[in-house]
Design a protein around this ligand. Sequence first.
Ligand code: GLU
Length: 396
Amino acid sequence: MVSQEKASFYRTKYLSSVKRIVVKVGSGVITGSSGLNLEIMHNLASNICWLWEKGIEVVLVSSGAIAAGMKKLGFSKRPASLSAQQAIAAVGQSDLMLFYERVFSQFQKKVAQILLTKEDISHRQRYLNARNTIFTLLSWQIQPIINENDTVTVDEIKFGDNDNLSALVTKLTGSELLINLTNIDGLFDKDPRVHKDAKLIKVVENVTKDLLKRAGNIPSILGTGGMLSKVKAAHQLAIGGIPTIIANGLKKDIIRKIFSGEEEGTLFIPQESGLSCKRHWIAFAKAPKGSLIIDRGAEKAIMENGKSLLSAGIKEVKGNFNRGDAVIILSEDKKELAIGIVNYSSADIEKIRGLKSSDIEKVLKFKYADEVIHRDNMVFKKQIEEGDDLCLSQGF
Ligand code: GLU
């Protein structure tokens, strides 16, 4: 347990000077028994516009398309078929934007819809394009509203949930804080809807296995993620050096309260020296397409001596991948060491593995680089593993 004094210190430290933040709002916040809740959305818009007036840029990540679509079409439970969910999302997304348009216009704020897929974010050029578009909207003082492009994504290429999406968007937009609004007060030690004695955890300095287990026992009723995906997203950002607050979006003026010094919700403390934007992208936005098993010499070179991975140290290539894809680097005894972006395809590495870099051109008849994975494009498992196998579930 963190002392009250320290909790206040953290709040001031991480809130007092932010200039750009992401607010994520869950389906359980903005949809009620009769569909989208205009009153809650109005209050959310009012709070966000208040932040803009204080000079803080806000990127909004909003769920609710499927929940709103279900209500509109009269479904009482989420259909199992993917195409039905996608059709429902198509109906709900336009409703969602219509409502946002209405509530933000009352504060003379224009809104813009951005629908992203995991592929958009895992492809470096598309990632940078999305970033530039969001930056342009922010510079025009337009409110970007982001959701997953549910109508075209299938399970294998999904973000999984909007918590993961919002964490990636926070890093992508260079934001300094994620406020994740859900329908309970924050992270509790047990499910407060079931246990009367559940206690709110005010500050999380480290995401431990135990914490993830507790979060796993607090499911979501309407959205897809529940508390576990929120804690994982907060952990992902903590590794990237960014704090997160999980708070209750059903409470009136929750964002104003947070920025007025009220200790609402659960604050997740970031690591002091977080991963750079690029390394964070490699670790969390790219799904690895294969792996490389390396010998002990190469392991020592990359793990202890700060070197890049060269063809000479590669023993085995697994999977089919292209230049630019992410792969996992494994030790001889199959321990995951790092993830990195390859300069050569799996077929090319198969031809050059075990050879000196000076032989690459002779064998392949071309050469992109001396290194198979450059040091700058590598993230070590130990940099992101604190707490749990979180990284594995994020595709590491
Ligand atoms: N993209 C989904 C929607 O708008 C929400 C996913 C989630 O609940 O995390 O309905």
